[in-house]
Design a protein around this ligand. Structure first.
Ligand SMILES: *[C@@H]1O[C@H](CO)[C@@H](O)[C@H](O)[C@H]1NC(C)=O
Ligand SMILES: *[C@@H]1O[C@H](CO)[C@@H](O)[C@H](O)[C@H]1NC(C)=O
Ligand SMILES: *[C@@H]1O[C@H](CO)[C@@H](O)[C@H](O)[C@H]1NC(C)=O
Ligand SMILES: [Zn+2]
Length: 654
């Protein structure tokens, strides 16, 4: 309760030490005056955004100040390149926005959370909506509040091209994919003789490789909503948020928005766009192209935003995806999962979309029409189950039409992506297209420690990239299409040796089982491309032929719940490493029964592994490829793409 005696500036200094830590009042706002977008934000010239201003008055807790009464007379100004500061609303010819007020709670640390003693904050706020900065340069935005307090934000409008160098962009995202996983997938799918690979991944042949940092605006581990949003909008945000800077208000849709690549591509270039994913379509990576919310779990609303754009606030319209392929029928079938209970198959059809719900109808869909394809409920079954352990498909209750049975006629990432390219090429015409294609289950299967399923989907991604490049050549658009393959974040996975699965099973003692792990020279060579001692590709070139070798890769992740490891493929379907007993997760007694118990490293309330800190690779091919070398931030990918498409709008600010 030291806060009450503090002089304002002293108070601000002591506050930042507290609130910049893991429990945050508002991550981007260490002082009591918040500007969103905050300090250090970058913009594409002409990119639309909202500004949210908040003044906080903590009622109690360590920051209690101003008797819990927020300043309602705060002033906001903007100045360019050290010039004269202008009233913010005047500078954008806006009517002064209405004052909004609300109250929110937060916990200052784990002790407060255990004691259920939240700190309460009263807020006064304004939102300046749908504005843009056109002239490159540095802008200083200042919030003046509490009679002499100041929060300033330095914003940079980058000096970018208005002329296009690429007509089309295909952005592949291997969700959660790291260099370690790519290395392991290569080992599984490609044969090596005396230290030399006889075939390589398609990714290995990309001319340019870069590295992107994935951290959030206010935490160093990101989730997929926030990281996708950074890649698509050039603005970092907060875990669970997309297309917005997270504010403190109760409404998850009123947060200040930033325009995404497909919204800009549509508005500036009149190009078309599409999304393909092996996740459910309302999942973060596909839906962040068009979604604006602080809460990624608003699935129904987000599907509505994909079709109609933002309807709650004045905003630009992205025109709807020309291609939208993936899983997640529960947000399309009329009922509890869809927005207002409506039938979104019908809503899309009303807007002229063809609707396919299986591979057959997908391949037959008219390339001249916009296309919706929803092939199952939930996440799409993975490559390993669709191609090797196919009986598992029958156990799913994921009929895209809402029945109780399984979805059996499923396209893979490759079929969906190639069809998407055909349609987008046709419909984009001379304006071009933007396609995002996501291999979602690299991440999903890493979460459940099912490394074989994750790596199978990584090999499927590589196979898809290879086929897509061939398709671009056939269509005659290879030279005008920028192809990027990257990830949104990683998981701490690596391989450290091999596991003799027979020896491991035969040992009764847990410590003796560990001797089955072959490290260094005992790691030996990959057995996955050999059957009966011979090289063979049972499920297609560049996939393993044998998923059940005696000597399996021994790998693991840096963060996991308690689990038991036997290093064998999970033949009967995706793995369930831990189960709940009460509110805590323990080793699943039915998983890997002959294996070794590995104690968890994360909170016992976590059922799955979690994302990790690592930078992730960026592979680039095509126009502007050279701009993707080096190490940079995830937001830079947005600016590199926008620059290559020439999406900057250069004109004088009003
Ligand atoms: C703040 O006040 C609220 C409501 O009066 C109370 O529930 C909470 O425990 C208080 N928090 C602290 C940190 O004192
Ligand atoms: C609009 O905002 C309301 C109120 O916050 C919310 O319930 C609704 O889902 C939003 N609509 C859409 C389409 O997102
Ligand atoms: C795992 O943790 C438990 C305590 O929670 C301990 O009894 C056990 O020995 C540990 N097992 C291993 C393999 O480290
Ligand atoms: Zn992800």
């Amino acid at each position: 309760m030291i806060a009450k005696i503090g002089v304002a500036s002293l108070l601000a200094a002591s506050l930042s030490a507290v609130s910049a830590q893991t429990f945050q009042r508002l991550g981007t706002c260490p002082t009591l005056g918040c500007l969103l977008p905050p300090d250090q934000s970058d913009f594409l010239p002409g990119q639309l955004f909202d500004l949210r201003v908040e003044v906080h008055a903590p009622v109690n807790g360590s920051e209690a100040a101003h008797n819990g009464k927020p300043d309602e007379k705060f002033k906001v100004t903007i100045a360019k390149d050290g010039g004269r500061a202008k009233d913010f609303a005047d500078a954008f010819n806006l009517k002064e926005p209405a004052l909004e007020k609300w109250t929110f709670n937060w916990y200052e640390d784990l002790f407060a959370q255990d004691a259920k003693k939240p700190s309460v904050v009263n807020v006064a706020s304004k939102a300046y909506r749908k504005i843009a900065l056109y002239e490159p340069g540095t802008y200083t935005v200042t919030l003046n509040y509490y009679n002499g307090e100041k929060t300033t934000a330095k914003w940079v409008v980058r000096d970018l091209h208005t002329k296009k160098r690429a007509k089309n962009v295909i952005f592949f995202i291997g969700d959660g994919m790291t260099t370690n996983m790519i290395t392991a997938a290569r080992l599984l799918g490609h044969q090596s003789i005396n230290g030399k690979y006889q075939t390589r991944l398609q990714l290995d042949d990309f001319p340019v490789l870069g590295h992107q940092m994935t951290h959030s605006i206010d935490s160093y581990i990101t989730d997929s909503a926030n990281s996708a949003s950074a890649l698509y909008s050039g603005h970092k945000s907060t875990v669970n948020a997309m297309g917005v800077h997270a504010d403190s208000s109760p409404n998850a849709f009123d947060d200040p928005k930033v325009e995404t690549i497909v919204e800009i591509f549509r508005r500036v270039r009149k190009g078309v766009w599409g999304a393909v994913s092996t996740a459910f379509l309302a999942d973060a990576t596909p839906i962040a192209l068009s979604g604006h919310t602080r809460r990624r779990s608003e699935y129904g609303s987000l599907i509505d935003q994909a079709l109609h754009g933002v309807t709650n606030y004045s905003w630009t319209n992205h025109g709807g995806p020309d291609v939208f392929f993936g899983g997640g029928a529960e947000q399309f079938l009329p009922g509890t999962g869809s927005y207002q209970g409506k039938d979104y198959y019908a809503e899309f059809a009303k807007k002229g979309y063809s609707v396919s719900t299986d591979k057959k109808s997908l391949l037959a869909a008219d390339n001249n029409k916009k296309a919706l394809g929803v092939f199952c409920q939930g996440v799409m079954p993975v490559w390993l189950d669709r191609n090797v352990y196919t009986d598992n498909l029958k156990s799913f209750k994921n009929d895209p039409k809402g029945g109780k049975g399984p979805a059996l006629d499923l396209p893979g990432l490759k079929e969906m992506t190639l069809k998407a390219v055909d349609i987008l090429h046709k419909r984009g015409g001379k304006e071009g297209f933007f396609l995002m294609s996501e291999a979602a289950s690299i991440d999903k299967q890493m979460h459940v420690l099912d490394y074989d399923r994750a790596l199978g989907d990584l090999l499927e991604l590589d196979d898809t990239v290879r086929a897509t490049i061939d398709k671009l050549k056939k269509l005659g658009i290879y030279d005008e299409t920028l192809v990027i393959v990257s990830a949104d974040h990683g998981h701490g996975f690596d391989v450290f040796g091999s596991a003799d699965t027979e020896y491991l099973t035969a040992q009764k003692d847990e410590r003796a089982k560990r001797n089955a792990i072959g490290v260094y020279e005992k790691s030996g060579l990959s057995q996955y491309t050999k059957k009966d001692g011979k090289i063979s590709y049972g499920t297609g070139v560049n996939f393993p032929t044998n998923w059940e070798p005696r000597y399996a890769i021994a790998g693991g992740v840096g963060a996991a719940p308690d689990h038991r490891e036997n290093y064998k493929v999970h033949k009967n379907g995706p793995r369930l490493p831990a189960v709940a007993m009460g509110s805590e997760y323990y080793v699943n007694p039915e998983d890997g029964v002959d294996g070794i118990v590995i104690n968890g490293t994360i909170p016992t309330s976590e059922a799955q592994g979690v994302h990790s800190l690592t930078d992730v690779p960026v592979f680039a091919l095509g126009p502007c490829q050279e701009t993707f070398g080096g190490t940079y931030n995830n937001v830079d990918i947005f600016y590199k793409i926008a620059n290559c498409l020439g999406l900057a709008v250069g004109k004088k600010n009003c």
